[in-house]
Design a protein around this ligand. Structure first.
Ligand code: BMA
Length: 326
């Protein structure tokens, strides 16, 4: 009897996992509330980077008062992480950041650019969310550079190199309850402009309500690969899924291919049930240069962090799949 049940479970599991191009790690979730050595409410999502062979996650955590802060976790293999005993970045007490981080700091994305690690994140205040930029050399001290957008703007992700002489970032200005992926440029990382829309919600798709950049873009021989999130407002609340798009290397406002179907959709219990159910939300992915495998880190149900993998070529191919051929 128990063998039959096990067989059914295995069959159901393979039906589930076969549907997404991202393969979930069997040991998910990798960071949950129990792994945080200090008191907090919940675990959201994380920026990810591989530095001198060590995997680092800069994790958004909600403290006991309900404000988001960042803490760091380390791993040798990209799967088993140990979280630092204390948070590494909390809302600033120094102006002008203090006013605009009064409700917390959220959704960090790390980019290595010209030898410096930059963290683009959302500063949350009574005036709404806006983008901010910090930098670090050692992941112990984080130096704030500037507040770099007006509210309402989120989902900032810095490109890893200049494009035609200018720094570039994705951002997501909101228009009411909707929002699209934009690109903005800067000469100095502080003043940003020349903004253009990159891609919009698709009324007949899973990403019909709003979209935003997720992981910082990955440079490939076919273009910039961007993993983004798409939201569909359903009767029971929003469903957050992840998709992939390929953008022109010299003009990233030009979409070369956009996957018709998500690369990851909430299916597992830990993605369905939590503080906010039906959420998979990524802020970081690491390309393993030798194996061309992408490790994508994502927050599940605003309650824990998970990892999934895919071959870079499979993600690239998916960008050019205009229909459900999965
Ligand atoms: C977004 C961000 C994410 C979160 C998601 C789902 O706006 O705040 O951190 O995971 O909503 O609640």
């Amino acid at each position: 009897m128990s063998t039959m049940i096990e067989e059914c479970a295995t069959r159901n599991r393979s039906r589930l996992t076969g549907r997404d191009v991202i393969h979930r790690w069997e040991g998910n979730p990798i960071v949950s509330l129990e792994d945080i050595p200090f008191g907090c409410n919940t675990v959201f999502n994380a920026a990810a980077v591989k530095r001198q062979g060590e995997y680092l996650l800069l994790i958004r955590i909600e403290d006991k008062m309900g404000r988001s802060i960042f803490t760091l976790a380390h791993s040798e293999d990209g799967y088993r992480f140990v979280v630092d005993p204390q948070p590494v970045m909390t809302p600033s007490e120094t102006e002008p950041f203090a006013t605009y981080e009064a409700c917390g700091i959220e959704d960090p994305r790390i980019t290595l650019l010209d030898g410096t690690y930059y963290v683009m994140y959302t500063a949350f205040s009574h005036y709404g969310p806006r983008l901010a930029l910090a930098k670090t050399e050692n992941f112990r001290e984080f130096e704030r550079i500037a507040l770099i957008s007006e509210p309402v703007n989120k989902d900032g992700a810095l490109f890893p190199r200049k494009i035609n002489g200018r720094y570039a970032r994705f951002d997501r200005p909101n228009v009411g309850s909707t929002g699209n992926v934009w690109i903005s440029y800067s000469e100095d990382l502080v003043h940003w402009g020349q903004s253009e829309v990159v891609m919009t919600t698709r009324p007949d798709h899973w990403d019909c309500s709003r979209i935003g950049a997720s992981a910082p873009p990955i440079e490939t021989e076919k273009g910039w690969l961007e993993i983004y999130h798409g939201v569909k407002e359903a009767a029971a609340g929003p469903i957050y899924r992840l998709g992939a798009v390929m953008l022109d290397l010299e003009n990233p406002a030009r979409v070369l291919g956009r996957a018709a179907i998500p690369i990851l959709t909430p299916r597992e219990y830990y993605e369905r049930v939590g503080d906010i159910g039906n959420v998979v939300f990524s802020c970081g992915a690491i390309l393993e240069e030798q194996t061309r495998e992408v490790k994508m880190y994502y927050g599940a149900a605003d309650t824990c962090i998970c990892v999934g993998t895919a071959k870079l070529d499979a993600l690239i191919e998916r960008c050019f799949d205009q229909e459900d051929s999965a």
